[in-house]
Design a protein around this ligand. Structure first.
Ligand SMILES: [Fe+2]
Length: 164
């Protein structure tokens, strides 16, 4: 018999995968801060690390609001993004680290936004307004981080294009 039998169980499973995603991102942000060259990028990574700690707490609160035990579930997507970023950083000259990091941020935030979008859709349909508000807070932080990452990537790409 399948492990997940009801839409609610599926929702709780997705919540557990989101928790794994955010916890993995905490570690990734620490690694990337070490690898970044631009002090402003380092600072932005540190800032998003603080936000991500709050996001983890919001997800834990969502479990509690549902009356469920906090339980992580596998999230192979984030493992893949992490692996790709690490391989790229190994393969590039140090001066290209920021370009690799900014691509990783944009790709990761786009995925996170899709995850919260899905969780919000289901929580809204379930009438779980408190949980929607928690996800919404996380979603807005991801959207702001994506925008910052895209803007920085655009600026860096323009500077690099002049060097080619
Ligand atoms: Fe996040």
């Amino acid at each position: 018999m399948a492990q997940i039998e009801t839409p609610r169980e599926l929702f709780v499973h997705k919540l557990g995968a989101a928790l794994t995603m955010e916890e993995a991102i905490l570690g990734m942000l620490e690694e990337l801060e070490q690898e970044a060259n631009d002090p402003r990028l380092k600072q932005n990574l540190r800032h998003h690390h603080q936000e991500t700690e709050q996001q983890v707490r919001n997800l834990e609160r969502a479990f509690e609001a549902l009356g469920e035990e906090v339980e992580s579930q596998p999230c192979p997507t984030i493992d893949g993004l992490k692996k790709e970023g690490e391989q790229m950083l190994k393969n590039v000259e140090d001066e290209l680290n920021d370009a690799v990091i900014l691509s990783g941020i944009v790709e990761t935030e786009a995925h996170e936004i899709a995850v919260y979008d899905g969780l919000i859709t289901t929580a809204e349909a379930m009438g779980e307004e408190d949980i929607v508000a928690l996800f919404q807070e996380n979603l807005e932080q991801e959207q702001a981080t994506l925008k910052k990452g895209r803007d920085a990537k655009k600026q860096l790409a323009r500077r690099e294009a002049q060097r080619v």
